[in-house]
Structure formats: C-alpha cells, structure tokens
Design a protein around this ligand. Structure first.
Ligand code: G4P
Length: 296
C-alpha cells in the first residue's frame, strides 16, 4: 500500500491484559493437542497476536480466517497461501452464516491424525482431542464455537473488552474445545495496527476520535478501493485531498448539511464506519500479506 500521511491518533492499550493472556495460554497449553487461532480475514496480520508463534510452541496449529463474507476473496486466498506456507492449516469461514464451519472438525482430525493414532496405540481409545480456541475480542469466537457445537455453548455478541472465564465445550465424542473468551488481546505498538482494529470494531470505538478514524479510513479506501467510494458515495476521490476533505466530499453527496456550506463530517465518519461494518461498501480487506517476507 502506498505511504499516506495519516492523521495522528491517540490509541491506548493496556499491557496488563497482554500479560494475563500470555499466562493463560501458557498454563492451558499442556492440556490441549492443538491451537486454533481465529483471525479477522480483513486484517489477518493486525488481528493476530504477534507472540502467538512463541506462545503456541510446537503444538499443531490451525488458522481460521473468519468474516470472509466481508473480506476481499482474492486477498483472503493470498493470506491462506501465506499461512499454509508457514506450516499452518487454514480454513476460511463466515461464522455468522456458518459457511465453511463444517470443514472444521475434519480439518482438526486431519491435523491431529498422528496424535489420534498414538492414543490408539497406547490403548487410549476414545480420548477426545482437545483444541484451544484463541482470538482477539469480537473476532467471532463465540459465534464460531456455537456453529461448530450446533448449540449455544458460548456467549456471543458481548461488547469488546468484556472478559469471561475459560470453558471446555464438548463437540462430539472425539473433540473438546477450550474457549478462552476475550483473553487474547492484540498487541500493537503501531498506529496502523490500532487503527485497523478500530475500523473493524475489535477496539471499542467510543474511546476513539471517530472523525480522525473515518478520515484515515477514507485515505485507505482511496488507496486500496477507490471504486468502492465511487459506487457507494458517488464521488471521485480527489487524489490531493486529505482524509477530512474526502469525508466532506462524501458528506456533500449525502446531503449531510449542518448550515449553509458546512457539512457534518462527524456524521459522515460514523456513516462510513457503520456501512463498512455492515458490508455495504462491498467485500474489502484492509491488509495484504507480505509474500516476500521470510520468517527468521
Ligand atoms: P467473540 O466471541 O470473539 O468476542 O465474538 P462474537 O462471536 O461475539 O462475535 C462478534 C460479532 O461478530 C457478532 O456480532 C457476530 O455476529 C459477528 N460475527 C462473527 N463471525 C462473523 C462472520 O463471519 N461474519 C460477519 N459478518 N459477522 C460475524 P454482533 O456484535 O452480535 O452484532 P453485529 O456485529 O453483527 O452487528
């Protein structure tokens, strides 16, 4: 993506949650056979805890790219390849409708085929496989688990930031999931990551300056998906304009007038973020994999 002079935003995060999350993962890791990370397919990098490779150790791993209904299919396919190239199994899901979720149990069994056989060889027939489900708040963990379990086993739709206790969820005779609600806090020291999390509702947006967030989101859209702006808001984004001016261009088209010649930019920012959330701008991903990057 081109380098853009974004508005500076003050996004705070709480390191205490990170430490707690790490402790929880370390404590429970010995009880599970595999680790499954749920990511937002629109921002797989930003919605991932960068410490996960270290924390998960050498447990077999599965990555769920969730919210594919809102993500750009071409970019999601590239992320899938990217993670597979790093030895992870990948599934694409829309947990809300249930699309792709049925592939989860077979994928776990395939991933842990060797483990299953070693249990059998030791005479531990019938010992269920155990998988830890991890993901940042609001990424869709509960929705996903409930679809896999085919019942309301986990509480979905809580406000971001609400921490609940862990729980085991029995799926069938051969599989248990460890739900770790809201504990895998994202780690970010860059404005970029914080902003992507705010745009996708992983961070409570009422603690943010919505206008600046909307302005920066406009700049991203002009750079990555100008067509979406043209189609949805019926304006050709001025290549020289800053984010606030782009919001104003859109507000004019929407008729968000405050007084003569003055447009309601805040309302436009809220509209833009809300419509992105609802998928009204189309299927737009905000992060691309860096296919050239080689892990150290
Ligand atoms: P969490 O346990 O990880 O915190 O997340 P949770 O399942 O509670 O899901 C958070 C929100 O995301 C829920 O919406 C849920 O319906 C939505 N969601 C989960 N998976 C998907 C998906 O694949 N696609 C789409 N489009 N949405 C998904 P909500 O807070 O109840 O309301 P709303 O966001 O739907 O307005």
């Amino acid at each position: 993506m081109e380098n853009i002079a974004y508005e500076k935003m003050n996004i705070q995060w709480f390191p205490g949650h990170m430490t707690k999350a790490q402790r929880m993962i370390e404590e429970n890791l010995k009880m599970v056979d595999a680790v499954c990370e749920i990511l937002d397919a629109r921002i797989p990098g930003a919605s991932r805890n960068p410490d996960i490779d270290r924390l998960a150790g050498d447990k077999p791993r599965l990555v769920i790219l969730n919210r594919i209904d809102l993500a750009d299919p071409e970019i999601t396919a590239r992320w899938k390849k990217y993670f597979e190239g790093r030895g992870l199994s990948v599934l694409e899901t829309d947990a809300k409708s249930g699309k792709g979720v049925n592939s989860f149990v077979p994928a776990v069994k395939k991933l842990l085929d060797e483990k299953l056989r070693s249990y059998e060889a030791k005479g531990q027939v019938g010992r269920p496989l155990r998988v830890m489900i991890l993901g940042i708040p609001n990424v869709g963990k509960s929705t996903f688990i409930n679809k896999v379990a085919k019942r309301k086993a986990a509480a979905a739709g809580d406000k971001p930031g609400v921490t609940r206790g862990k729980q085991w969820i029995n799926i069938d005779r051969s599989l248990d999931l460890l739900d770790t609600p809201g504990i895998l806090w994202p780690k970010f020291d860059s404005q970029e990551v914080g902003e992507l999390l705010a745009i996708t509702n992983a961070i409570k947006s009422d603690v943010l300056d919505k206008e600046s967030l909307g302005a920066n989101f406009m700049l991203r859209l002009r750079s990555m998906y100008p067509q979406a702006l043209i189609q949805r808001y019926k304006f050709e984004p001025d290549p020289e304009a800053n984010g606030f001016e782009l919001l104003e261009q859109a507000a004019k088209k929407r008729g968000f007038l405050i007084s003569k010649g003055e447009y309601d930019i805040e309302r436009m920012a809220n509209t833009l973020l809300g419509e992105y959330h609802d998928g009204k701008l189309g299927r737009l991903s905000l992060e691309e994999p860096d296919e050239r990057a080689v892990d150290a």
